[in-house]
Write a protein that binds this ligand. Structure first.
Ligand code: PLP
Length: 422
């Protein structure tokens, strides 16, 4: 697969180079160019999830990896169910939270770990996977790389702004996983990661690699479940994507570019409405993030927007044609949760934002799918306070809930991070 930088199409990379470097030189992001076009989408949709996913990923990666390698990566990384729940007439939830850390980020992180190990086999270099998390990435990345020889994982997260259970999922592992509670916001954590990558000496000494959604391997893995959604609901649906950093939406747009029939996407955000405001006004105005109930979407300057902008070549009208949009306050998010629960479906704040926006933008006769990105138990405090519901802990969370947190506290200053890393 050939990739180019969003900031300079003369900057090119293979997939192996792109996933090792994380970001393109000069701060751009790697995007596939050209995006392959599948002429046999109906045939693909007829396959089961694993066979179809291996086929799709092999079409992207077949010039660099053998079919058996891709099949093995898919079989071991995407080895959990992807159910579609019918929530009401013509509205479905695509449940992406049945992986080991109970959020959709398992798809990308697990596939990335396997592809990075393949892409760096035999080079004998130690690699440091540096990642910023607003909650779920940390758990998915730490779990995907835990114990993987040759890899060290460093997770940065905003102190006090992730749930207790989220923190226990990644900050209690030890082994090759180090975690830092940063005194700042998620955007501050992202800025620290960017600064680390911008420090050529540091990046070289540590073999720095990013596991954030700027890493294109994660996004490719996420293309697969959009096909599953369409395969299961039949008619070309409107798909609502609860968005923060906009990697998930970019993956959906890639899937559509390959030929997948999706009528439109619905951009769904919480109060961090940078992109809905842009679609409304045509003015892109990133801003500091504000804290909400759907904390994994508390992003005011979404890093993957640059990829979406590049995919549409900045054409605002084309974006408006493909992207409906909406944003929910915390009150509206709770109302959406109550609405879902009244219909017999227990959800959590991120999916509830997507559901609430979908309900607003879905036209008569259309079929809607919203992405359910996290397991309800990950947000049980909110569900208890907002709905008065007790949510039992699934085994994966019960196992970590009393483990001691091993994180160190870090000021939001690059010099402090640099010192810790060296
Ligand atoms: C990360 C995350 C999101 C946002 O996904 P992006 O790809 O960053 O837009 C939504 N919901 C949950 C539960 C998440 O963990």
């Amino acid at each position: 697969m050939r990739l180019v930088s969003t900031r300079d199409s003369r900057n090119r990379a293979t997939f192996a180079q792109a996933i090792r470097s994380g970001m393109a030189p000069g701060g751009g992001l790697w995007v596939p160019e050209p995006v392959p076009c599948f002429r046999d989408v109906q045939g693909l949709l007829a396959l089961d999830f694993q066979a179809r996913s291996a086929e799709i990923l092999h079409r992207f990666l077949g010039d660099e990896f053998g079919r058996a390698e891709v099949e093995e990566a898919v079989a071991s990384a995407l080895n959990f169910p992807v159910p579609v729940a019918r929530v009401r007439e013509r509205i479905f939830a695509l449940e992406l939270f049945h992986g080991p850390t109970l959020a959709f980020k398992d798809f990308g992180a697990r596939f990335l770990a396997r592809m990075l190990a393949l892409a760096s086999r035999g080079d004998g270099r130690r690699r440091t996977v540096l990642t910023a998390t607003s909650g779920d990435t940390g758990a998915a990345v730490a779990s995907a790389f835990l114990g993987l020889p040759g890899f060290q994982v460093v997770v940065l997260y905003p102190a006090g702004r992730v749930s207790d259970l989220q923190e226990r999922q990644f900050a209690t592992l030890g082994d090759n996983v180090r975690t830092f509670a940063v005194e700042g916001s998620f955007d501050d954590c992202q800025a620290l990661v960017k600064a680390a990558f911008g420090d050529a000496e540091l990046a070289a000494r540590l073999g720095l690699t990013s596991a954030n959604s700027i890493n294109v391997a994660r996004l490719l893995a996420q293309v697969t479940y959009y096909f599953e959604a369409v395969a299961r609901v039949g008619a070309a649906p409107v798909i609502a994507v609860p968005s923060g950093n906009f990697g998930n939406l970019y993956a959906g747009l890639l899937a559509r570019r390959t030929g997948l029939p999706v009528k439109a996407f619905a951009v769904a955000t919480n109060a961090n409405a940078t992109v809905p405001d842009f679609l409304e006004t045509g003015v892109y105005r990133p801003r500091p993030s504000v804290a909400t109930l759907s904390n994994a979407m508390d992003v005011g300057a979404p890093s993957n927007w640059e990829r979406i902008h590049a995919l549409f070549q900045g054409d605002l009208e084309a974006m408006r044609g493909a992207l409906r949009h909406g944003s929910l306050t915390d009150e509206e998010t709770l109302a959406s949760l109550r609405d879902l629960h009244a219909g017999g479906y227990l959800s959590e704040p991120h999916a509830a934002v997507a559901h609430g926006v979908l309900a607003r933008v879905l036209g008569p006769g259309e079929t809607g799918v919203f992405l359910a990105t996290a397991h309800p138990a990950k947000f049980r405090e909110t569900l208890e306070r907002g709905l008065g519901l007790r949510v039992p802990l699934p085994p994966a969370l019960a196992a970590v809930k009393d483990r001691p947190v091993l994180s160190r506290t870090l000021p939001s200053a690059f010099a402090a991070l640099r010192e810790e890393l060296l």
